[in-house]
Design a protein around this ligand. Structure first.
Ligand code: DC
Length: 224
């Protein structure tokens, strides 16, 4: 009989976490949750409503007014913010530029973690983010910590945004990733760090198929 498990994937910005998580969810018939999309949607709400990041009362109220939902179609993330599909807009640079500041706010993290833990109750879930193996699911059966050369990461993200028609330079993307890595690893509230029991996956020279095989080899013993 197969066991119900949680797979937690953490790592730096743009190192292929969601690509791996989606492929795993598809293969294992698990639910996939992109926790970064939740922080991005909150950031979009803050931008649209001019919420000051220093105004804790406005932030508390905003968190009550924000309703996020995931709809899975072909294992692609479709997230709605108060019933509006925002999956494309949350990937744009105006959101990327502010999301690490927003996700460093304690009240924001507390609410997102609460929602993420609720989604993981029935297990058989793959969730990717920055604090999944350390804070959201410290007892996850499998934890993977992803990393890759920063230059390669910037090039991959550059190609992805270009293909969507976004006008952006490789240099700006590199700087944004470095900035987010810095904020994500140095913030006070659950910074990005490798859980002691996480397996490191450096995909600098691995393709999607190879990284999937690497992860499956570690996961299958838990569910067979
Ligand atoms: O995975 P991503 O690049 O879409 O995440 C966007 C930002 O959200 C990232 O810079 C840090 C934050 N984040 C977080 O703090 N905790 C998570 N579990 C997921 C994302």
């Amino acid at each position: 009989m197969s066991k119900n498990i949680v797979v937690a994937i953490d790592g730096y910005s743009s190192c292929g976490k969601s690509t791996l998580a989606k492929a795993l969810a598809k293969k294992l018939h698990f639910i996939y949750v992109d926790s970064g999309a939740m922080y991005r949607a909150v950031t979009l709400f803050f931008i649209r409503n001019n919420i000051s990041l220093n105004d804790s009362a406005a932030i508390e109220q905003a968190l009550k007014d924000i309703h996020l939902n995931f709809h899975s179609r072909d294992y692609q993330t479709h997230i709605t913010l108060n019933d509006e599909e925002v999956s494309e807009e949350i990937r744009q640079m105006h959101v990327s530029e502010l999301v690490s500041e927003v996700s460093a706010i304690k009240a924001v993290r507390k609410e997102m973690v609460r929602q993420q833990q609720r989604m993981g109750k029935s297990k058989n879930i793959v969730m990717d983010g920055r604090d999944i193996g350390t804070t959201v699911f410290p007892f996850a059966e499998v934890k993977i910590f992803m990393t890759a050369d920063p230059k390669i990461r910037a090039e991959r993200r550059f190609k992805e945004l270009k293909s969507k028609g976004e006008e952006i330079s490789l240099e700006d993307i590199f700087d944004n990733l470095a900035h987010r890595d810095f904020l994500d690893t140095t913030r006070k509230e659950s910074p990005l760090t490798r859980a002691k029991d996480a397996i490191v996956l450096d995909n600098t020279t691995l393709n999607e198929k190879q990284q999937l095989e690497f992860a499956l080899e570690r996961i299958l013993p838990f569910i067979q």
